[in-house]
Ligand binder design. Structure first.
Ligand code: ADP
Ligand code: MG
Length: 138
């Protein structure tokens, strides 16, 4: 499924809609350049899960954050700063996400694929246009 959005809010709305399909153990892989709107989409996921969306900031400097208070806890991971496959492996993401929804920015850095994940690819268009493709990860 591909949708085109024209604002940060519209991209968050895609996340909010996607959240309705997520259950404990669901993994959302976010792929797209800096400024594509990955964090904006996670803000929508949080809102859709019932977490206060203002809690969602870019975890670029914290690597991982967990938000509670929704129908399922949300773990938000940002692999931007990590370039070593070993370091990423050591996070043990696969064991962490069993009872939560996990959203992973820069998921293309994962050394091994995560089974049964949803992949969200965000491509820049002109200006505020973004093309968002949601698929089950290969
Ligand atoms: P990322 O996490 O991919 O680096 P962010 O979500 O942090 O990106 O930032 C996206 C930036 O792009 C924000 O400043 C946002 O306002 C802007 N923006 C403009 N148009 C859009 C859009 N259609 N969808 C998402 N963000 C948009
Ligand atoms: Mg981000």
């Amino acid at each position: 499924m591909t949708v085109t959005t024209h604002s940060e809010q519209q991209t968050a709305d895609v996340g909010r809609t996607l959240a309705t399909t997520l259950v404990p153990g669901s993994v959302v892989l976010l792929v797209g350049d800096l400024g594509a709107g990955k964090t904006a989409l996670v803000r929508g996921l949080a809102e859709g899960l019932g977490v206060a969306p203002e809690e969602v900031s870019s975890p670029t400097f914290t690597l991982m954050q967990e938000y509670r208070g929704g129908r399922v806890p949300l773990i938000h991971v940002d692999l931007y700063r990590l370039n070593d496959a070993r370091e990423i492996d050591d996070l043990g993401l696969e064991e962490l996400g069993l009872d939560t929804v996990m959203a992973i920015e820069w998921a293309e850095k994962l050394p091994r694929p995560i089974a049964d994940a949803v992949e969200v690819r965000i491509d820049h268009g002109d200006g505020d246009e973004r093309r968002i493709t949601v698929s089950s990860s290969p």
